[in-house]
Design a protein around this ligand. Structure first.
Ligand SMILES: Cc1cc2nc3c(=O)[nH]c(=O)nc-3n(C[C@H](O)[C@H](O)[C@H](O)COP(=O)(O)O)c2cc1C
Length: 370
């Protein structure tokens, strides 16, 4: 598939995850294969223009970190336009606009003509960005405010007319937050609404089968994966393989999980420094541990690390402790083996409620803006 002039190696995308989809994570994922396109965390357009240190760190990239979209957030048209120009100058392949909830104000005051005003305003903002840069501009949205206000199809149509090259749709409403099922019909509605541009579906894809299902059920051109990549950084390679061959690669071994976690950790230290890197990795390592099997001591200890040496010690202690749950090859004994993840939209209705508890956790953060 294509985004503007870019022909992608796969139709699999990394969703922006503020606090996680930094350069170390993106490069670690790309190295594992299957990832066609990645997007940065959302970046405040004004902060970027002010060359704020944090904003610059969010957009930091490297030659192997391609193709890359920078996601901008802001509502002042001139700032969004100038920030898009800055992204282009920095070498980004695309700019993505965060439209977490473009209709909040409109829905509050009752929609109708006000909604059209808001859409007009959004379209004008997008048009000025599209006109200012040569790289493609894309947008990421939810289905709408709530089930009675599924505005994404209208918005997508307006954005296409304004010149966006693709839209990303998280198949939930803002009212849903991260709960409930992803609404595949809603995503299909957006696919049907646009004329030519690719629509990329998003939400709860945690397995290759779920990606296939989303593509088949919605007609979307690609699938974007966020939290599934925390659990399973191999998900892009595994999904690409499944989409091409119909066969499933085995889940990575514990040794492979540790190898990749270590590379991810080393990149954190290189990128954020020997002091900040290990501390920041405290919130990353527990995601890897979710697929380690019994891992309580690891989760407790890893959130105290301050250095590379601390991390090595925690890992060594944990590996020794974990051996009691393993066979001679180092894999978990069957009674400790983990059941595979299932996407919310792959479950039967009654199961969905029952598994609400085991839904993909959402890390702390301002989730209502995503
Ligand atoms: C911790 C976290 C941070 C997120 N940050 C962003 C963000 O910066 N920009 C954005 O558009 N969406 C953000 N999202 C939403 C995701 O990109 C994605 O739409 C959502 O998590 C659903 O996809 P998933 O089920 O594959 O995770 C974030 C979600 C999470 C859980």
């Amino acid at each position: 598939m294509r985004i503007g002039p870019h022909e992608l190696a796969t139709n699999l995308f990394l969703s922006p995850l503020a606090g996680y989809t930094n350069l170390p994570f993106r490069v670690t994922l790309r190295e594992l294969g299957g990832l066609g396109w990645a997007t940065t965390d959302l970046v405040n357009a004004r902060s970027l223009l002010e060359r704020n240190h944090t904003a610059l760190q969010l957009v930091a990239s490297s030659p192997e970190d391609r193709p890359l979209a920078i996601q901008l957030f802001g509502s002042v048209p001139e700032e969004m336009r100038d920030a898009a120009i800055m992204c282009e100058e920095m070498g980004a392949q695309s700019v993505d606009i965060n439209m977490g909830c473009p209709v909040k104000k409109v829905v509050r005051i009752g929609g109708g003509s006000a909604m059209m005003t808001e859409l007009d305003r959004t379209a004008a903002l997008v048009r000025s960005m599209v006109a200012a840069v040569k790289i493609p501009v894309t947008a990421k949205m939810r289905l709408g405010w709530d089930d009675d206000n599924l505005t994404a199809p209208d918005l997508a149509r307006v954005l296409e007319d304004a010149g966006v090259a693709a839209v990303f749709v998280h198949g939930r409403t803002r009212a849903q937050g991260f709960s409930g099922r992803v609404n595949l019909n809603g995503i299909r509605g957006v696919v049907a609404a646009v004329k030519h541009i690719p629509v990329i579906g998003n939400g709860d894809v945690t397995t290759p089968e779920a990606a296939r299902h989303m593509l088949d059920e919605t007609g979307c051109a690609g699938v974007s994966i966020g939290r599934g990549a925390f659990y399973d950084p191999w998900i892009f390679r595994r999904t690409d393989h499944f989409l091409r061959t119909g066969t499933t690669l085995p889940e990575p071994s514990f040794a492979e999980r540790v190898r990749v976690m270590q590379r991810h950790f080393d990149r954190y230290c290189d990128f954020y420094g020997e002091e900040r890197g290990p501390r920041l990795f405290r919130k990353v390592a527990p995601w890897y541990a979710k697929r380690f099997g019994p891992a309580k001591p690891f989760k407790q200890d890893v959130i105290t690390i301050n250095s590379r040496a601390d991390f090595a010690a925690v890992l060594a202690r944990y590996t020794a402790w974990r051996a009691q749950f393993c066979d001679e090859t180092g894999e978990l004994l069957p009674r400790f083996a983990l059941s595979p993840l299932t996407a919310s939209f792959m479950q039967a209705e009654d199961e969905a409620a029952a598994s609400e508890r085991s839904a993909i956790p959402v890390p702390k953060g301002p989730v209502d803006t995503w």
